[in-house]
Design a protein around this ligand. Structure first.
Ligand SMILES: [Fe+2]
Length: 343
């Protein structure tokens, strides 16, 4: 199977993974043949891509990092602001990731515009757990970190919908309202005895920048706790790579460069470096363009994040990490225009 952006999905293609609506109902099941009508409806709902089965992608299997059921359970618990259930989900996410034999972050979450905030929070929880594992955190620490990530934007439920889902850049006044959300999230958790202080502090400070330019407190690097630094990186990465009504998604490689550009100013360098070791920039099944103009699909990742094994459209495979053999070939991000706009 392979990932195809919604703009490139064509009638007659066969869906490889089911897609769900914001109420977790199956909109279209795996193995369905796509029609113009389906494609248009999925595009209007905000799906940025689909997984397709075809000849060129035969044998490429892409596993979920966490199960679809758990992802949807997490989304549901957040939508209902059910803190007990969200805590359980955090434990299950860590369990599933720790017990997964083949840890893979290859699957792009198939999300719609409507459930952005909740799906984003579950994505950030998964990314944070992976970063935490890359830092060799113990399981109990991972659960506290994952819980902080799940809850980080919970306060957005209290932000007026016309600001939260405004299909354009926010005004200064609107942005000031939006900037309240870490405190609102923290306030929902602060009296819970069963949630650790570091989880609560991670939530409160997830928009603090290393150089003191963040919010709500303008903390500097040494004042920001590790959980907040990790959530900050995962949060921005997931926001950049998401399609929103007012912006195109960044390519994963562009988002990775954004994180690197923010070393020491927005982000903690160690956290970013570990993130880039753990999260594939060219995940399995992704369509790529080689610098010589040929197109292909990523078959698997190698020890070098920029040099995966690629299957070309004529079926031949090349390992870009194969010594000097392909050293003159690079991969290019297949994006048209980037526009930064996230909160
Ligand atoms: Fe946030």
């Amino acid at each position: 199977m392979r990932y195809v952006t919604i703009e490139k999905v064509e009638p007659g293609m066969i869906l490889a993974k089911s897609v769900f609506d914001e109420a977790d109902r199956v909109l279209l099941g795996a193995a369905s043949v796509l029609t113009i009508d389906f494609i248009e409806k999925l595009s209007i709902r905000g799906f940025q891509g689909l997984y397709i089965d075809d000849e060129i992608s035969k044998g490429i299997n892409i596993e979920e990092t966490i199960s679809v059921e758990l992802r949807n359970r997490g989304v549901r618990s957040l939508r209902e602001c059910n803190i007990d259930e969200s805590l359980e989900v955090a434990k299950c996410i860590v369990d599933q990731i720790i017990n997964s034999n083949t840890l893979s972050l290859d699957l792009v979450d198939l999300r719609t515009f409507d459930d952005y905030t909740f799906r984003h929070s579950v994505n950030v929880a998964v990314l944070c757990t992976i970063i935490g594992m890359g830092m060799s955190l113990k399981q109990k620490d991972l659960v506290d970190l994952c819980a902080a990530a799940i809850f980080h934007d919970l306060g957005k439920l209290q932000i007026p919908d016309e600001i939260l889902n405004k299909p354009a850049k926010l005004t200064d006044d609107e942005y000031n309202v939006m900037k309240e959300h870490p405190i609102l999230s923290y306030n929902l958790l602060k009296d819970r005895w069963d949630i650790s202080a570091r989880t609560k502090v991670g939530v409160l400070y997830h928009h603090e920048n290393e150089d003191g330019s963040g919010y709500p407190s303008g903390l500097h690097s040494s004042q920001i706790l590790l959980f907040a630094k990790i959530i900050h990186v995962a949060d921005v990465y997931d926001a950049l790579t998401a399609k929103r009504p007012y912006k195109k998604p960044y390519a994963l490689s562009e988002a990775a460069e954004y994180l690197m550009a923010g070393y020491g100013a927005m982000f903690d360098k160690t956290v970013v470096d570990i993130f880039l070791k753990c999260v594939p920039i060219y995940p399995k099944g992704m369509e790529v363009v080689l610098s010589d103009g040929r197109k292909g699909i990523v078959v698997e990742n190698t020890t070098h994040i920029l040099r995966p094994v690629v299957r070309l459209m004529d079926g031949t495979q090349i390992n870009l990490n194969d010594g000097i053999r392909y050293c003159n070939i690079t991969l290019q991000a297949d994006v048209e225009e980037l526009e930064l706009c996230f909160n």
